[in-house]
Design a protein around this ligand. Structure first.
Ligand SMILES: Nc1nc2c(ncn2[C@@H]2O[C@H](COP(=O)(O)OP(=O)(O)OP(=O)(O)O)[C@@H](O)[C@H]2O)c(=O)[nH]1
Length: 301
């Protein structure tokens, strides 16, 4: 597994840092997904869109196992936060443009009118959440645009779109950079847009394997449909607290066990339950098979 970070990519991150003076540790700024970005950000967005990520990462094609909520490796991924952080828990969403970070941060922020604060000063959604009967204040950072080494957060959520292979490659790059700059920060790999089944480019199995390489969680969600976003939020909060991502008293087996059966096998099971299994039907089947065989042997007619 490569550990060296390509120098040009690091330079890009440095360039991005120079272009932008925002810092996470200072007062956070807030941006809604629909808020137009300043020109300099739009330019950076363009650059990122045209950023050529030519990483090969295995087979493409239809998803072998469309598991939507999965633990990649073991049930206790590296949790590096020593003790409980004092301040708000910072959750940073990173990923290529258009993968759904803004949509996800809004989904994670919940009901903005009552639970999250969005103002013109910051760049993050602040809300109070109760996870496992414990209240925590969290800040969700939608879009980190600076040098990754300056990123300060308790959990990094690397988002890609399952319909965009390049965005998946981008998360691999980001993970390498993060492991270089802050190896202790827990990472959650998130495959968004799982609702777009027909245009999927990244099979679940491949994403899981990739996450396993980095010993991080993999979750498949749909920010638009708010599918699995509550689970993501809970996992992120627990990891940020320095806990296991799963609810107390449960394990990865408990969490994923009920979802192991793929949609394909569920569909097969459903279809086979529709096929009549009466003796008369069997008789008809036998007759048809005989007839069919007889077509190959005209002498039998
Ligand atoms: N079908 C589907 N579309 C989604 C989902 N999440 C986001 N989108 C759409 O994807 C597009 C991009 O979403 P954004 O949330 O703006 O993505 P982003 O990563 O914040 O993009 P930038 O702000 O450019 O970095 C929008 O049209 C969203 O409606 C999803 O789960 N399913």
């Amino acid at each position: 597994m490569p550990t060296d970070v390509p120098e040009d990519r690091l330079n890009n991150e440095e360039k991005a840092a120079k272009c932008d003076s925002m810092t996470l540790s200072s007062t956070p700024t807030v941006r809604r997904g629909s808020t137009p970005l300043p020109i300099k950000h739009q330019l950076k967005r363009e650059e990122a869109v045209h950023d050529d990520c030519d990483w090969t990462s295995g087979a493409t094609g239809p998803s072998a196992s469309p598991i939507s909520f999965t633990l990649a490796l073991d049930d206790t991924p590296t949790v590096s936060v020593e003790g409980r952080p004092d301040g708000p828990l910072r959750i940073a969403l990173l990923g290529q443009n258009g993968v759904g970070k803004s949509s996800l941060s809004v989904a994670l922020a919940g009901d903005l009118d009552s639970t999250a604060s969005v103002d013109s000063e910051g760049e993050g959604y602040v809300r109070t959440v109760t996870v496992d009967d414990e209240e925590s204040t969290i800040i969700i950072f939608d879009n980190w645009r600076q040098d990754l080494s300056a990123l300060q957060c308790e959990v990094c959520v690397l988002v890609f779109s399952v319909t965009d292979r390049r965005s998946f490659h981008r998360t691999a790059q980001l993970r390498l950079l993060l492991r270089e700059t802050q190896p202790q920060t827990p990472i959650i790999l998130v495959g968004n847009k799982s609702d777009l089944v027909r245009t999927r480019e990244v099979p679940s199995q491949e994403a899981m394997s990739s996450a396993a390489l980095f010993n991080c969680l993999y979750l498949e969600i749909s920010a638009s449909l708010d599918h699995r976003t509550p689970e993501l939020l809970e996992c992120a909060v627990r990891l940020a607290r320095g806990q296991s991502p799963w609810p107390p008293g449960t394990s990865a087996e408990d969490m994923c066990g009920g979802q192991r059966e793929s949609i394909t096998s569920r569909a097969k099971r459903f279809l086979s339950s529709l096929v009549p299994r009466y003796p008369r039907e069997r008789e008809v089947g036998k007759f048809l098979r005989q007839k069919s065989r007889s077509c190959h042997d005209l002498g039998a007619l």
